[in-house]
Design a protein around this ligand. Structure first.
Ligand SMILES: Nc1ncnc2c1ncn2[C@@H]1O[C@H](COP(=O)(O)OP(=O)(O)OP(=O)(O)O)[C@@H](O)[C@H]1O
Ligand SMILES: [Mg+2]
Length: 249
């Protein structure tokens, strides 16, 4: 079976600074892949290339069997390649429910146009209520995004992405600033929503990554240092060196 996402030979420089070199990586349907590495390793830049917010200097990105290098972010999202941002871009004045409805309608407009406007609206509204219920945020649906707690805003970011019905969800530090319990809750929401969604998870919290991921890819100075099972990565000498021994046995 071919991979859902296939990244091959990606290179990217900003001026004279090489930020990504020769990155090749594949993600399978339904897999959870952790993407870790020290600050500045190039993790977010790789997400930007994969989702079309940046054009790579070299290499190719294929999604669901087709090259997507020339597609803008919205068209990649329409195919199911969806991301969240390290710095959230929520609409602070809209309510949580309104924000989710915007995302859900965007998706329905792409996939269900043949059903007609009314059916699209009903389908979107149902999806929003389902997301609110699954996430435990139903009673906050009417609150402005800006009035939600920090932890709830992080969940709201996630729900905005889930409303697009991703086949692959790229999460850029969704658990930053959350307690262990809040982080576990957030990642549980994705799996409860759809166990088949593939995930690439960037996180600095090593416990979260090692507990939740099937495989882990380690970046360092713009290169892919290792990819492997959590156990293999944890024991790898080069990975341990990059993390200056902060990986416990
Ligand atoms: N638009 C840009 N212009 C110039 N340099 C950039 C730009 N975006 C990122 N960089 C540089 O590229 C390198 C990789 O940055 P990137 O944000 O991808 O790292 P990261 O692994 O996501 O780090 P962090 O864990 O801190 O989020 C850094 O040295 C950063 O300063
Ligand atoms: Mg980053």
């Amino acid at each position: 079976m071919s991979a859902l996402l296939e990244i091959s030979g990606i290179g990217k420089s900003f001026g004279a600074v090489r930020v990504l070199s020769g990155i090749s990586l594949a993600v399978s349907e339904g897999e959870t892949l952790g993407l870790i590495g020290p600050n500045g390793a190039g993790k977010t830049t790789l997400f930007n290339v994969v989702t079309g917010f940046l054009r790579a200097d070299a290499g190719q990105v294929r999604f669901a069997g087709a090259p997507v290098d020339r597609l803008p972010p919205a068209e990649r999202a329409a195919r199911g390649l969806v991301r969240t941002f390290q710095k959230a871009m929520v609409f602070p004045a809209l309510s949580l429910r309104e924000s989710l409805a915007m995302a859900a309608r965007q998706r329905a407009g792409q996939g269900l146009r043949w059903l007609g406007a009314r059916a699209c609206h009903q389908e979107s509204a149902a999806r929003v209520e389902r997301l609110l219920a699954e996430s435990g945020l139903a009673r906050h649906g009417g609150e402005r995004m800006a009035d939600l707690s920090y932890g709830e805003q992080r969940i709201a970011d996630l729900l905005m992405a889930l409303a697009l019905e991703p086949r692959l969800l790229l999460l850029d530090e969704p658990t930053a600033g959350l307690s262990q319990a809040e982080a576990e809750r957030l990642l549980g929401i994705v799996r409860r929503h759809d166990a088949r969604t593939a995930i690439v998870l960037i996180a600095h919290d090593i416990d979260i990554v090692f507990n939740h991921c099937d495989r882990i890819a380690v970046m360092h100075l713009g290169q892919l240092l290792r990819t492997g099972t959590p156990q293999a990565v944890r024991q790898d000498a080069a990975v341990r060196a990059a993390y200056l021994g902060s990986l416990a046995d």
